[in-house]
Design a protein around this ligand. Structure first.
Ligand SMILES: [Ca+2]
Length: 199
């Protein structure tokens, strides 16, 4: 009996020890595996949704002083539009802001030309207005700014949009500033998701 046959028999008696079943799909990305290591420059041409940052050993940082949670940051730079970071604002608030930024590795910058920004989800809410501003930086000096771009004053309409512009200055970082205001305290938590940086 071969080792493979022994393994298959062992698996049949202990589902879970060998993956647990017939699902051969890879597990979804999680924070521990979704970052591309530095030095993997790859071939950016025709790379679909992968920004240059994915191949540049980039890091993602975010601040959200009033969020109840702000998770999944590496998902904003994994080349996958299905994965995201999510910031949640608490019930009862009337304003909040989450700022998320991707920085290329030290010494790495990109020439002007690419479309920069991010793909972002904004939860609908009565009297809630979201605004998104995209900034670029080079050596921590702001280069360009797009927005703030308002979403329509919506009633419970979720939106997912590309908030982007064509860069005309070189850059080594892209920042998305997402904020909401509400005419009255929101009646439940609301969230925003940043799926993927562009650039
Ligand atoms: Ca993603």
């Amino acid at each position: 009996m071969s080792k493979l046959q022994l393994l298959l028999i062992a698996c049949s008696f202990a589902l879970g020890a060998c993956g647990g079943g017939s699902d051969s799909n890879p597990p979804p990305n999680d924070d521990s595996t979704s970052m591309v290591p530095p030095g993997d420059m790859g071939n950016d041409s025709g790379a679909g949704n992968q920004s240059q940052f994915v191949h540049a050993g980039a890091t993602v940082t975010s601040t959200c002083p009033t969020c109840t949670s702000n998770t999944g940051l590496p998902n904003t730079n994994d080349g996958d539009d299905a994965t995201f970071a999510e910031a949640t604002f608490p019930m009862g608030g009337q304003a909040g802001v989450v700022t998320t930024r991707v920085d290329a590795a030290d010494g790495v910058s990109f020439p002007a030309g690419p479309t920069v920004g991010a793909r972002i989800f904004l939860a609908g809410g009565i009297s809630v207005v979201w605004t998104v501003t995209i900034n670029t930086y080079l050596g921590d000096v702001q280069q360009e700014s797009f927005g703030p771009e308002d979403t329509a004053d919506s009633v419970a309409i979720d939106v997912t949009e590309e908030f982007t512009f064509t860069s005309t200055q070189p850059y080594d970082a892209v920042e998305a500033v997402v904020q909401y205001t509400a005419g009255s305290p929101i009646i439940g938590p609301i969230n925003t998701r940043l799926f993927e940086f562009r650039g």
